[in-house]
Design a protein around this ligand. Sequence first.
Ligand code: CP
Length: 318
Amino acid sequence: MPVLSDRHLLGLEGVPQKDIQLILDTAFTFREILDRPVPKVPTLQGQTVLNFFYESSTRTRMSFELAEKRLSADSINFSKSGSSASKGETLRDTIRTIEAMKIDTVVIRHSAPGSAKLMTGFIDSNIINAGDGAHEHPTQALLDMMTLQEHLNLKSLKGLKVAILGDIKHSRVARSNIHGLKTMGAEVMICGPSTLLPYEAEALGVHISTDINEALEFADVLNILRIQLERQKGGLFPSLREYRKFFGITMKRLNGYKKKFTIMHPGPLNRGVEIDADVADSEHSVILNQVLNGVAVRMAVLVLLTQTHNKGKNRSDG
Ligand code: CP
């Protein structure tokens, strides 16, 4: 039974290539199950998964829930709104209270970087980071890598040139993609206004540009990030109109190149800002493939972490 190096998935920084490959290979086997007339297997029967969402989500939350159902696990769902958090209950007390009801795995989304790691000190369940502030969003990067392998029919991502565009500084998707893609041998460029590039950019070992034309020259794949409208008040760029003019991905801009780019976006999209509607809906866009592959990747992660945990328990029992 294949296992990972760790029974938690807190980020992709430092995760070995063999673990990422195992998750991707397993996800491809689950992807086939999703196409069956009855897309359900008994793999996680008897397991209970808590979806612990302290922050809004559509894609990640729905696809974890669906992945759990496809694997025959029992799911329970926590949303901050409507919970006793509004009465002042702490994160630690909340999670320890729910774990007392007997759960096996926690999928956590929280606005605080490091919150997923913090959980490992509070409870015994396997922890999956579903996005912690601007830190990491590992399952998003895994589904992005799976989608690239599938769409481009690649056995390996080695040498693939990926440009990540936009608000890199505040993006957990960018951070996880950078770590994952580099581990798998891809070449990465980050591109955006200098105010939206991280201070530690050079230490990340990626190409860096503030010129969209340079990124388009470089890349086979464009991973276009959401402009976080809530950041606009911080004066990090003058206006959405100006952002679109200098960094927006329009058909006119793409048509200036002979190559056909693969277009990715983690969602939610600001159509007409970072990406035009005709680009998002074009035949080169894999945005909805990313969403579908998200279910397969999350199935793979849930199963592999459970196997890894069980193997560790058996070892300590024996
Ligand atoms: N890509 C992503 O994390 O989307 P949600 O915020 O809708 O989960």
